[in-house]
Design a binder for this molecule. Structure first.
Ligand code: GLA
Length: 354
């Protein structure tokens, strides 16, 4: 399908094709730039791309979601355009010595944009992996994820952590990636057959680069300065007590980072043991922490999470960067149909993602 589209648009065959999934984070929010753990899983939905190299400094991009062909130069700065992620990824691959000097690229996606399920990480990881596939090199999945994060941080200007890129580069659907973001050590945990990790959009759209994510990051930086080290998530109870002089919102941010990391570690153990009731309680507690301490939720999301829990989910919480976007709920498969109908009926603005 992608090969046929590519040939139709560019009149030649692609040199490389690939699929990169989206991700949903089960628990561990805003811990990935604070030295903590995360537990995302890959989705069935994702981005498929095909690429053929060019050597004239041009990038020509066709997408099933936008009209026409976007044309960019390998020297272009970011311009707040959907093609920025592709241009930035190719430029970085080139400057790292393995990518071509331009490309024809076709992209199809089943990931809704702006939903907070990492369409941008899927695109940047996909492009860097495709560019790497053109030459002999020893890039690992972790190397590709680290480069993809650099595209966000340095080219796009989004100060994200490493979770999304690692999740989409490494995890497969049905597996959670237990990732230590300080050392980039990870393990894969199979999700239970008995439960579904449902992703539901709240209907509140937000863009991470609109600023609130950055404000939270800066607040965490202020706590790090007071603490004297960067591993906010790993602080001890005594260290947390030593922050009593900080303003109350900063202490709440610190508390979320410390407790969210501990919950994530506990949730990973619960998942490994198949203790889903315990896992669900940790998800619910995570939502309270995001709502009250990190203050990254909004009312429609809180209402959706509350009903998801009330209507029978094992656990439910806001997921991703926050301030809107999706919730993730762990629901027994035998309850899924009735639960989904009741929840969506009660929240007409919300919609099912997967
Ligand atoms: C976004 C960022 C991630 C992470 C989450 C919050 O998805 O891209 O790096 O910080 O928000 O957990």
């Amino acid at each position: 399908m992608i090969v046929a589209e590519f040939k139709r648009v560019f009149d030649i065959a692609p040199s490389v094709t690939g699929f990169t999934p989206g991700r949903v984070n089960l628990i561990g929010e805003h811990t990935d730039y604070n030295g903590g753990n995360v537990l995302p899983t890959a989705l069935d939905l994702g981005v498929t791309l095909a690429l053929a190299p060019r050597e004239d400094g041009l990038i020509r991009i066709w997408s099933d979601k936008f009209d026409g062909i976007a044309e960019r130069k390998m020297t272009d700065a970011a311009s707040d355009h959907w093609s920025d992620y592709i241009a930035g990824a190719l430029q970085l691959a080139r400057s790292e010595g393995f990518g071509p000097d331009g490309a024809n690229i076709a992209v199809t996606t089943t990931l809704p944009f702006g939903a907070g399920i990492s369409s941008s990480a899927a695109v940047t990881v996909g492009v860097i992996r495709a560019a790497a596939g053109l030459s002999d090199n020893s890039l690992t999945d972790t190397d590709i994820a680290v480069l993809a994060r650099r595209v966000e941080n340095e080219y796009i200007g989004m100060p994200c952590g490493i979770m999304d890129q690692m999740a989409v580069a490494i995890a497969k659907p049905g597996q959670a990636l237990s990732l230590d973001t300080k050392y980039l050590e990870f393990g894969l945990v199979n999700l239970p057959e008995t439960h579904h990790m449902a992703v539901i959009h709240s209907g509140v759209f937000r863009q991470l680069n609109e600023g609130r994510y950055k404000i939270r990051k800066e607040e965490c930086d202020a706590v790090k300065a007071a603490l004297g080290h960067d591993d906010l998530c790993l602080m001890t109870d005594a260290e947390f007590a030593s922050l009593a002089h900080l303003a109350a919102p900063l202490r709440r941010r610190a508390k979320h980072c410390m407790t969210e990391h501990r919950r994530t570690v506990a949730a990973t153990v619960a998942l490994q043991k198949g203790e889903m009731a315990a896992f669900g309680v940790l998800m619910n507690e995570s939502h309270i922490s995001m709502r009250d301490d990190f203050e990254m939720s909004v009312q429609p999301v809180d209402a959706l999470v509350a009903d998801a829990q009330k209507f029978g989910a094992t656990g439910a919480r806001l997921t991703g960067g926050g301030f809107g976007g999706c919730i993730v709920a762990c629901i027994e498969k035998e309850k899924l149909g009735a639960w989904r109908t009741a929840l969506l009926d009660a929240h007409p603005d919300a919609f099912w993602v997967c």
